[in-house]
Design a protein. Structure first.
Length: 78
């Protein structure tokens, strides 16, 4: 979870909680397996393995999903 604070000139701030994608949301965002696969063959297993690898590498933060790898790393480290 990431908490951002948006402040105004009055010195008050409003916390904004941003939650990361679940793996299911990650799959939907990248348009993989919109519905549960009807059959579970070698192709489905391969796609799921790649999706898990990508999810672990990219993370679940919505803001960085479509960024280039170098920029994504910079954003996540900041």
């Amino acid at each position: 979870m990431f908490v951002a604070h948006r402040s105004s000139l009055r010195g008050r701030s409003l916390p904004i909680e941003i939650f990361h994608f679940s793996f299911e949301e990650f799959l939907k965002f990248h348009e993989l397996f919109a519905d549960s696969p009807k059959t579970f063959g070698a192709n489905t297993a391969s796609l799921l393995r790649k999706a898990v690898k990508d999810y672990l590498e990219v993370g679940g933060f919505p803001e960085v999903q479509k960024l280039e790898p170098n920029l994504r790393i910079e954003v996540l480290q900041g």
